[in-house]
Design a protein around this ligand. Structure first.
Ligand code: HEC
Length: 400
């Protein structure tokens, strides 16, 4: 009952998180693209008003004419659209998901006793410390001299992020470590909006209402944070989908895998940023491809490049069925009996011969080759049993 309701909470909050995230990242990509494709205003009158760039666009059956002012227009319009709730909603729903999946479910998803036998309380405390600490360190660096040099800042920021990923991989489960790197970076992005970008814009607007010229330092600070957010976006999005891919977070050096993919994401972001201003650097997608292909080759499980062994004598199907019943069915049943599992994970049910046949290749992959199942080897499957399943699959997975 409780885990069923949690599944619903999970679904609804994840849905919200996804929608808000699309709105936030979408608006952010839109404004970056806009900024980079502005042209000097054609009309002298616009120039005299302080317009520094304009863009004409066509979308959804209408024509749009957007203009950007150097600092601010001479007079503010009555209605000004702010872009902030997308960011706040994404962060709040993300925190909600973190609580539902990784705090409430700490002993399943966050803690791996083979890595560190943390208590749930200690794991949650580390989780909070990472999110808070990440922001404090980042914000301090932004305000230091380092903050003035984008490239140097990027290198140092990347090194720190990899160090955090490394430390977390010694404390949390693979998934838990990954999501905390993502949550830390996502928190930095949202906090940039909340603590720096929006307050700066508020001060600029307030100054104008008082008839004073707004201080351009606010614009400069906001721009610095928004450039950082731009490069962090793709790595964060990778982390958010990574829990579908145990080959990444489940690798013995998961932190290094994360570092390579994050770097590839930032590289491809840079490609688009340059391309928008008419400087297409084809070396960048080549670097991206080299990083990803190199990584895929480097972390391939043993035996990937060899054809799977086929043939051999099939073990008696009754023995195969008994192993699955004992080691898998507590979770993978129409009505699971395992605590905390309300529905068969990923829809995989392993009760009837037809179901075993249908899932045979996947069973071989997760229980024999990768050995990521049974989850946490909770049901204590033995190596002999894995070999038995492997022999069964190799012989063509007969079910009679
Ligand atoms: C303690 C519960 C539990 C047990 C026992 C268990 N599983 Fe799973 N299984 C899960 C969970 C949870 C997932 C979903 C993992 C995820 O979403 O990352 C899963 C996912 C899977 C998947 C889908 C993976 C994919 O990549 O599509 C397969 C196949 C699978 N399990 C097979 C097995 C087999 C075979 C066994 C027995 C050898 C087994 N499981 C034992 C909990 C369990």
């Amino acid at each position: 009952m409780e885990s069923y309701l949690l599944d619903w909470a999970n679904l609804l909050v994840r849905w919200l998180h996804l929608v808000a995230g699309i709105a936030w990242i979408g608006a952010s990509f839109h404004f970056i693209g806009l900024d980079l494709t502005l042209e000097p205003p054609k009309d002298e009158k616009d120039r005299a008003k302080g317009v520094m760039g304009e863009q004409w666009g066509v979308h959804g059956g209408g024509f749009y004419h957007k203009q950007k002012y150097l600092v601010a227009p001479p007079r503010l319009p009555e209605r000004l659209h702010w872009f902030k709730w997308e960011a706040y909603t994404t962060w709040m729903s993300g925190m909600g998901l973190l609580v539902i999946v990784y705090w409430i479910g700490a002993s399943t998803y966050l803690i791996d006793p083979d890595i560190a036998a943390l208590s749930p309380g200690a794991a949650v405390a580390i989780s909070i410390a990472v999110l808070l600490g990440g922001w404090l360190v980042y914000d301090t660096l932004c305000r230091s001299r380092l903050g003035e040099h984008d490239l140097a800042f990027g290198i140092v920021g990347f090194a720190i992020t990899v160090a955090v990923a490394f430390a977390l991989s010694k404390l949390f489960s693979g998934r838990g470590a990954y999501i905390h790197v993502g949550a830390m970076l996502g928190t930095i992005m949202a906090a940039n909006v909340f603590f720096v970008i929006i307050p700066g814009q508020r001060r600029m607007v307030a100054a104008m209402h008082e008839g004073k010229a707004p201080d351009p330092v606010h614009g400069k600070r906001g721009k610095q944070r928004s450039v950082h957010n731009n490069y962090i976006t793709l790595p964060v999005l990778f982390v958010m989908i990574s829990n579908h891919y145990p080959m990444t977070y489940g690798h013995a050096h998961s932190w290094a895998v994360l570092a390579v993919v994050a770097l590839a994401g930032a590289v491809i972001r840079h490609f688009y940023n340059r391309r928008h201003v008419g400087r297409t650097i084809w070396a960048l997608p080549a670097v991206f491809a080299a990083l990803i292909v190199g990584l895929a080759a480097a972390i391939a499980p043993p035996g990937t490049w060899r054809a799977a062994p086929r043939g051999g004598e099939a073990p008696a199907f009754d023995r195969v069925r008994a192993v699955i019943a004992e080691r898998c069915v507590a979770c993978h049943a129409r009505v699971p009996t395992q605590d905390g599992i309300a529905a068969p994970p990923q829809g995989v049910i392993l009760e009837t011969p037809a179901q075993l046949r249908r899932w045979a290749a996947k069973i071989n992959e997760v229980a024999v080759v990768r050995q990521t199942m049974p989850a946490g080897n909770l049901t204590e499957m033995t190596d002999d049993e894995r070999r038995l399943l492997g022999a069964w699959f190799a012989a063509g997975a007969p079910v009679d």
